[in-house]
Design a protein around this ligand. Structure first.
Ligand code: ADP
Ligand code: MG
Length: 396
């Protein structure tokens, strides 16, 4: 176990500058924050610090500006959103490693929050550069990592800084994420149902390997199902298939002994934009010139039944190209089933950027046990049981 913010005493926090690594890698649109889920996820830690009269200094990255300042990736809109939506008194300083930032951190008054400009404007951030880590470390009297979505990266503001600034502890968001994921890694209540979809099998092989031996049922949908179906010798016409993963898919199917369930019907269409031509077909009869873009209604009905029977559910990756209404029915059915299973007492966790977006879109984010804010980080933790950004923190 790693030390958490909650284990620090009042004297550790009162009046102190607390350097907090948050994950404000949010989508921007016309200079505004389009989805503030990640901001809201940081409020418990910010409020906890302010109630204890600490002075929070926030570091975050946004996008991939590659070590050079780029106004398109400025955190200025985030500072506005924190003030307007969060009601915080926010100061903003750039760049994050400058004398100006250091001055702003010393001048920060109780009740205020300082947000520093995008850490990825600085060369050395993604290389976990030691000198940059030390400059970050000067900005606070202690370090709190609460950027769960970035904990699988060893960067200067997530890993390097924790070596030079002590105590270095986990924030409340990370604490909550790990508690949910630890429950999935430990002895889970049966039936343990795993639903996997989305686009990239390659990235999720480790996860599949782990669950093939632990889950009672693995429901596969989305483009991932295409690859499994193709590995079974089924003609998938123009569907998105990961050729490099075909052998692995075949080997997983052999080892899973029926625990991997594949679609029995599909929604196909000549392409993602040909929504008017979408139709339901049997899995054995995908017509030439079409691609599978969602699970079919019979598959959705079966998967829904499996989810309702679950005592434990982990779901990653949408069941279809859910960004388009025509291909969202399978994903929406699973979201609804997950919420119902939760009411019946199941422990339900949904992880992955797109999957989380699907739950939020359905307005059901509060109706499941946990929605993980970190896609890659959550998957890596489930497989490895550790993350570089967590390992860098103090032992409890
Ligand atoms: P997550 O972010 O939840 O981990 P992924 O990033 O792996 O999920 O996959 C999400 C993407 O997969 C979405 O953009 C979705 O449109 C796409 N997708 C799902 N099913 C299909 C399909 N059958 N064909 C093409 N794309 C699909
Ligand atoms: Mg994704």
């Amino acid at each position: 176990m790693r030390r958490s913010l909650r284990q620090l005493g009042a004297a550790d926090l009162s009046g102190r500058r607390v350097l907090v690594r948050v994950d404000y890698n949010v989508p921007l649109e016309d200079g505004h924050v389009r989805d503030s889920t990640r901001l809201v996820a940081s409020y418990p830690t910010l409020d906890y610090l302010r109630e204890r009269r600490a002075r929070p200094v926030l570091l975050s990255h946004l996008g991939r500006p590659d070590g050079v300042p780029d106004p398109r990736y400025s955190l200025q809109p985030v500072a506005h959103a924190l003030a307007e939506q969060g009601g915080y008194e926010v100061r903003f300083a750039a760049p994050a490693d400058s004398e100006a930032a250091l001055g702003a951190s010393s001048d920060l008054r109780e009740g205020e929050i300082l947000l520093l400009e995008n850490t990825r404007f600085l060369p050395g951030e993604t290389e976990n550069d030691e000198a940059l880590s030390q400059r970050f470390a000067r900005l606070g009297d202690l370090f709190v990592n609460d950027a769960f979505g970035t904990t699988h990266r060893a960067h200067a503001s997530t890993v390097g800084v924790a070596r030079w600034l002590k105590p270095a502890v986990a924030g409340l968001l990370i604490e909550r994420e790990l508690a949910a994921l630890d429950r999935l890694r430990g002895a889970t209540r049966s039936p343990f149902v795993v639903a996997l979809g989305g686009a990239k099998i390659g990235d999720k092989i480790g996860l599949l390997e782990q669950f093939v031996s632990r889950a009672d049922r693995i429901l596969v949908g989305g483009a991932m199902a295409n690859t499994f179906l193709a590995a079974r010798g089924i003609n998938m016409a123009d569907s998105l298939i990961e050729g490099a993963a075909l052998d692995t898919a075949a080997s997983l199917l052999r080892r899973a002994g029926g625990r991997i369930e594949l679609p029995v019907d599909l929604i196909v269409s000549p392409g993602p934009d040909a929504e008017g031509e979408a139709r339901t077909v049997d899995v054995e009869s995908v017509p030439p010139g079409t691609m599978a873009l969602d699970i079919g209604p019979e598959t959705a009905r079966r998967y829904r039944g499996a989810v309702l029977d679950a005592s434990t559910l982990f779901w990653n990756g949408p069941m279809g190209l859910f960004e388009k209404e025509t291909f969202a029915a399978g994903t929406d059915a699973l979201v609804a089933a997950a919420a119902e299973a939760t009411v019946r007492g199941a422990f339900t966790v949904i992880g992955g950027g797109d999957s989380a977006a699907a739950v939020t879109r359905a307005g059901l984010a509060d109706s499941v046990s946990h929605v993980s804010t970190g896609g890659g980080a959550a998957l890596e933790y489930l497989v490895e049981g550790s993350l570089p950004g967590i390992e860098a923190l103090d032992e409890a």
